[in-house]
Ligand binder design. Sequence first.
Ligand SMILES: Nc1ncnc2c1ncn2[C@@H]1O[C@H](COP(=O)(O)OP(=O)(O)O)[C@@H](O)[C@H]1O
Ligand SMILES: [Mg+2]
Length: 312
Amino acid sequence: MVSDLDKGEAILETHLPLPRVAVGKVRDIYGVGTDKLLIVTTDRLSAFDVVLPNAIPMKGKVLNQITLFWLEYFKDVLPQHLITADMDAMGFSREMISHFRHELAGRSVLVKRAEPLAIECVVRGYITGSGWKDYLATGRVCGHKLSPGMKQCQQFPEPIFTPSTKAKTGHDINIDFGEAIRIVGKDIALQARDLSILLYKKGREYAASKGILIADTKFEFGMHGGKLMLIDEILTPDSSRFWPADRYEAGHDQPSFDKQIVRNYLETLSWDKRPPAPELPPDIIEKTTAAYCEIYKRLSGKEIRTPKQESL
Ligand SMILES: Nc1ncnc2c1ncn2[C@@H]1O[C@H](COP(=O)(O)OP(=O)(O)O)[C@@H](O)[C@H]1O
Ligand SMILES: [Mg+2]
């Protein structure tokens, strides 16, 4: 099956004639009426929390399509924010759509505007990243007391909920469940925790059948009509750590499917990891595009052609 991802132009920023509500590291967000948002996933890439100067062709489309894949997969589990991913059904004028088609096609969704919770709902199945650092320092992660002697990247017997604050700038801070309750209230915190663990478990089971280990992930929820709603991106390589299952081995850092190529390249430079980030060479960009496409192909089972293949 061939997907609706096609080559198109790489998009670093968008300029749609709509009120711009926010510009995230990866997404441009526009207001549509009072109760809807148009979210456009660009080809921006951040590494070490710094947005790089180059676009990664296809990346935004891949992230958007992966989120749409999971929305469909989880459609019976909980309410979702998606109204449509079909730009011709978003209610925009023909002129606008034809003029901005390249900024919208395959990478945009019209969603119900929610009030995002002020916590990030992180679930970890394996001990790595800031979880590993916290464990080494304190023996705990977000209040979970863990058994001594765990190895780096070891799997937990059961996934753990490790919420964090949602920093507007800079790094999020890990918090325990008690702090999450103080921020969003007990009812909502319990619901968000249980849903996050459920979604993670279901998602990782599916991904494992495709040779991808989802080590951890971050969900976002918002309030809409007094109910909790799943928003933002879902189980993408940007919101999660994807590891190749056949290369997994506890005891050391794992290769990642996607950003590792960029991170490894940046580590060869003397860059101090503060903005501005250096330019990426064409072969690194090409390999990163191929890695994102490979993840999409594995997850969705749909064939896609990278720009390199297109030009052959
Ligand atoms: N349905 C929604 N209602 C309100 N906000 C949303 C919704 N879906 C996603 N968002 C917000 O859109 C933003 C996505 O942009 P992104 O580039 O990923 O930002 P960030 O740099 O914060 O990761 C997030 O701040 C997220 O909370
Ligand atoms: Mg984000």
